[in-house]
Design a binder for this molecule. Structure first.
Ligand code: NDP
Ligand code: GDR
Length: 356
């Protein structure tokens, strides 16, 4: 059998790194799109990259940007992928309120640019397409839990941009017969999660507090609830979607929901600390039950103009049709992230703590 070729946009992100590793393990040739940056941005995939002068490498990177059509067309032409995974995005919900136009351009129109590249190059029947859709589409939820048939009600410029991407993928599937699927993924995390997302921000702070590098963690809405899984499990689901004879849309989730508050409590519990909550609203504090020290404070700076209060996925369709289900539970996820950050923060000790 000939080797399959995959193209991953957003290869330098959390999911890109896990997916590249998964596909290389399956014997794929993997091409990743990375953005030009004035500083190094390939930390998550450096371990996969070998000198391109060596003949045995299966992993290649190309400079590119979802806001640049001609460059996307050139990369798709050069790589002739069997599978395209469109993971690139301005993926931070709060940041999307500050950069709404850029977010629409990269996350919404960027998806159209890639689909058009397929059409322009006549690859509609060759290249299967995965779109990184999101549970944020459900926004102010209209039913609990959310499945593939739950109506969307987006609550941020990010979610609205992703709504465009979701529908343009569905439209190009119907109009041009492209094998294009939306993975509607609920939050998934890992030790390489971006440091400004709440889970990683918490586990880094727990490690920094434990190592005496900082004394407290500032958070926004600690009552928000999410369905948190592990990125390692979710990239498996992405791949499975493109192995199906027919394209379709699938929810990937754990079917379990926890609050940010619970995440904080569990993360501190892994270093032997019990959090007691005192006060209310912006004056609420998380206190170390033993020492009485304030470890968590609320900073309204982290509130969003419109918030998504709760998300809970129903992964029944993925289970039935793809044979997919999550393997890593909530406890294990939090434990793995705290353990990893204790090591990482210790290594960074010399350079000080980065606040996200
Ligand atoms: P990350 O933020 O970790 O990674 C995003 C990637 O996109 C990075 O490689 C980033 O490059 C790249 N990127 C950003 N803007 C552009 C651009 N204009 N052109 C090219 N590349 C760009 O996200 P995740 O890995 O967590 O998520 C992957 C995808 O899945 C995203 O589309 C996200 O919106 C979506 N998603 C994520 C979920 C999650 O819980 N993680 C859940 C549901 C959907 P750089 O490294 O240079 O910043
Ligand atoms: P989310 O993830 O918005 O769900 O989007 P994030 O971790 O940013 O927020 C989750 C919830 O925690 C609350 N929160 C805070 N969030 C951040 N970032 N920082 C804080 O200090 C803080 N305090 C409380 C938020 O208000 C929110 O309710 C992620 C991204 O990966 C998207 O790209 C993806 O589409 C969705 O998950 C599914």
């Amino acid at each position: 059998m000939t080797k399959k070729t995959a193209l991953i946009t957003g290869v330098t992100g959390q999911d890109g790194a896990y997916l590249a590793e998964l596909l290389l393990g399956k014997g794929y040739t993997v091409h990743g799109v990375k953005r030009r940056s004035s500083s190094f941005n390939t930390k998550r995939v450096d371990h996969l990259y070998v000198d391109p002068h060596r003949k045995d490498t299966n992993f290649f990177m190309h400079y590119g940007d979802l806001t640049d059509s001609t460059n996307l067309i050139r990369i798709v032409q050069e790589t002739q992928p069997d599978e395209i995974y469109n993971l690139a995005a301005q993926s931070h919900v709060k940041v999307s309120f500050e950069t709404p136009e850029y977010t629409a351009n990269a996350d919404g129109i960027g998806t159209l640019r890639l689909l058009e590249a397929l059409r322009i190059l006549g690859l509609e029947k060759k290249s299967k397409f995965y779109q990184a859709s999101t549970s944020e589409l459900y926004g102010a939820v209209r039913e609990v839990p959310q499945s593939e048939t739950t109506p969307f009600n987006p609550q941020s410029p990010y979610a609205v941009a992703k709504l465009y991407a979701y529908w343009i993928v569905a439209n190009y599937r119907d109009a041009y017969g492209i094998h294009a699927s939306n993975g509607i993924l609920f939050n998934h995390e890992s030790p390489i999660r971006g440091e400004t997302f709440v889970t990683r921000k918490i586990t880094r702070a727990v490690a920094a507090i434990e190592l005496g590098l900082t004394d407290r963690l500032y958070l926004g809405n600690v009552d928000a609830k999410r369905d948190w899984g592990h990125a390692r499990d979710y990239v498996e689901g992405m791949w499975l979607m493109l192995q199906q004879p027919e394209p379709d849309d699938y929810v990937l989730a754990t079917g379990e929901m926890h609050s940010v508050r619970e995440f904080v409590e569990l993360a501190f519990a892994h270093v032997g600390r019990t959090i007691r909550w005192e006060g209310a609203g912006v004056d609420e504090k998380g206190i170390d039950a033993k020492s009485g020290a304030t470890l968590v404070e609320i900073d309204p700076e982290y509130f969003r103009p419109t918030e998504v209060e709760q998300l809970l996925g129903d992964p029944t369709k993925a289970k039935t049709k793809l044979g997919w289900s999550h393997k890593t539970g909530f406890q294990q996820l939090v434990q793995e992230m705290v353990a990893s950050d204790l090591i990482e923060v210790e290594l960074e000790r010399k350079g000080g703590v980065r606040h996200s």
